[in-house]
Write a protein that binds this ligand. Structure first.
Ligand code: PGA
Length: 251
């Protein structure tokens, strides 16, 4: 049985003070909620204050990105080893990294590999554009992203996958629970053929894209959707805690 996972991606939002306050609100909101793994992914500069704010809580911390390189002349970048002291998870291959910063499946695979090597758990994001969906190629496109973004990683223990259709991110146009289920199941089939059915059964697959308080329960009820990667709604402590509760109830 896979434990549900709800991760909040704060993106480039929150000052240091706001990040600590939001972390405290989430810790209070989810205290007493069991059977779900809750993760917050603040901006990198807030990882330390957020970890202090979450000191007494069961909420995990993730970074939003990392460098694929171990160290050296990479101005502005953060390595897996630096992050490993501050968090447990790290998002890789988010569609905003892919579309705005030129990252592709190979970059994503390199980052996921660097994360795993440092003991971090990568949340590997995949998802098709509207054009790909309209052309009827969504399943094969995403299966190929999964293959490329995992690039012969020998072992998937520690890896999570987030299916985030580009057209649903930040648009208020969430994928229907049917599409989320269909795509999560297609990703699981891809994992089964790349690895084994035991591996495919073990990997948590999250849905992301305009998840909110009103639609969370419908994704939680989908058998292959094991959680959510939440953007906008994760900036509201109350809303995020209710989304966590919706998945806890499904577990
Ligand atoms: P959204 O973002 O919930 O605001 O659509 C999701 C994401 O980008 O992870």
């Amino acid at each position: 049985m896979r434990t549900p996972v709800v991760a909040g991606n704060w993106k480039m939002n929150t000052t240091l003070a706001e990040a600590s306050a939001l972390a405290r609100a989430i810790a209070a909101g989810v205290s007493g909620v069991n059977g779900v793994t809750t993760i917050v992914c603040p901006p990198a500069v807030s990882l330390l204050p957020v970890s202090m704010a979450l000191n007494e809580s069961s909420v995990f911390i993730g970074a939003q990105d990392l460098s694929a390189h171990p160290r050296g002349a990479h101005t502005g970048e953060l390595s897996a080893d630096m992050l490993a002291g501050l968090c447990t998870y790290v998002i890789v291959g988010h569609s905003e990294r892919r579309s705005m910063y030129g990252e592709d499946d190979a970059t994503t695979a390199a980052k996921a590999g660097a994360a795993l090597a440092a003991g971090l758990r990568p949340i590997v994001c995949v998802g098709e554009s509207l054009g790909v969906r309209d052309s009827g190629e969504a399943e094969s496109f995403v299966a190929s992203q999964v293959k490329g973004s995992l690039a012969e990683m020998p072992d998937l223990s520690g890896v999570l996958i987030a299916y985030e259709p580009v057209w649903a991110i930040g648009t208020g146009r969430a994928a229907s629970p049917e599409i989320a289920q269909e795509m999560a199941s297609a990703i699981r089939n891809a994992l089964a053929s790349l690895y084994s059915s035991d591996t495919a059964d073990a990997v948590p697959i999250l849905y992301g894209g305009s998840v909110n308080v009103d639609n969370a329960a419908s994704y939680a009820a989908s058998p292959d959707v094991d959680g959510a990667l939440v953007g906008g709604a994760s900036l509201d402590g109350h809303a995020f805690s209710h989304i966590v509760e919706a998945f806890a109830a499904s577990g």
